[in-house]
Design a protein around this ligand. Structure first.
Ligand SMILES: [Zn+2]
Length: 189
C-alpha cells in the first residue's frame, strides 16, 4: 500500500509540476510531522490544505478557482479559440480594464489600476493583512507581484481575508466584458 501511495504521489506531483493551469500549486512546502516532536519543511503532494477551511462557501470557491486556474480571467479564457476568434498568444490576453498588461492572476489582484473598485479592494486588503503578515511591505515587491501572490497564498493566518479579496476581485472582472483584441477575430467565411 505504501508503494501504491508513493506511485500515486509521484504521478500527481508530476502533473502539478507540468500542467499550465496548476502553476499556483507548485512549490508548496509544508511542515511535516516526523513524530516524537520532530518536524521538517518539505513538499507534500496530498494534504488537506488550509484554504478548504474558509467557512464562507463563495470565498472558499473563489480561492479554489484561483489556485486551479478555473476562473474568468483572460489569461485562461483566451488560451483557447472561441466561435469567431482564434486562440490568443499570451501577450494578447490583455486586461479588460487597463489593456496595458496581460490579464493574469497577479495583475488582477495586485497590480491593475484600471478600475476604481479594484484599487479600493486592494487598499483595504493590504491594510487588513498588515497585522498578521509582519513586515509585509518589505515582502511586497511591486515588480514581482506573482512572487508576492504565491507568498500570500502560503500564509495560513490570512487565508480567509485573502479568499474574500479574491472573490471580490473576481466579481469586478465578471462584471465587465472581456477585452478581445481585433486581431483575434476570424474573417467571415
Ligand atoms: Zn489591468
Amino acid at each position: 500500500m505504501k508503494r501504491v501511495e508513493q506511485i500515486l504521489d509521484t504521478q500527481l506531483q508530476s502533473e502539478i509540476d507540468t500542467f499550465t493551469r496548476t502553476h499556483l500549486l507548485r512549490d508548496r512546502v509544508q511542515r511535516i510531522d516526523e513524530g516524537e516532536g520532530e518536524s521538517r519543511v518539505g513538499l507534500v503532494t496530498r494534504r488537506r490544505r488550509h484554504y478548504l477551511d474558509v467557512p464562507i462557501p463563495s470565498y472558499r470557491k473563489a480561492i479554489t478557482r484561483l489556485l486551479l486556474s478555473d476562473h474568468n480571467l483572460s489569461i485562461e479564457h483566451l488560451r483557447y479559440p472561441g466561435r469567431y476568434r482564434a486562440a490568443a498568444p499570451r501577450d494578447l490576453r490583455l486586461c479588460r480594464f487597463c489593456r496595458a498588461a496581460v490579464e493574469d492572476e497577479a495583475h488582477a489582484l495586485l497590480v491593475c489600476t484600471g478600475h476604481d473598485k479594484l484599487a479600493i479592494l486592494r487598499r483595504d486588503f493590504l491594510r487588513d493583512i498588515r497585522g498578521p503578515v509582519g513586515g509585509f511591505e518589505r515582502k511586497r515587491s511591486a515588480d514581482r507581484p506573482y512572487e508576492f501572490l504565491k507568498r500570500l497564498l502560503s500564509l495560513r493566518a490570512i487565508t480567509g481575508r485573502l479568499a474574500r479579496f479574491v472573490a471580490d476581485v473576481f466579481d469586478v472582472y465578471d462584471g465587465c466584458a472581456r477585452y478581445i483584441p481585433a486581431a483575434l477575430y476570424l474573417p467571415a467565411p
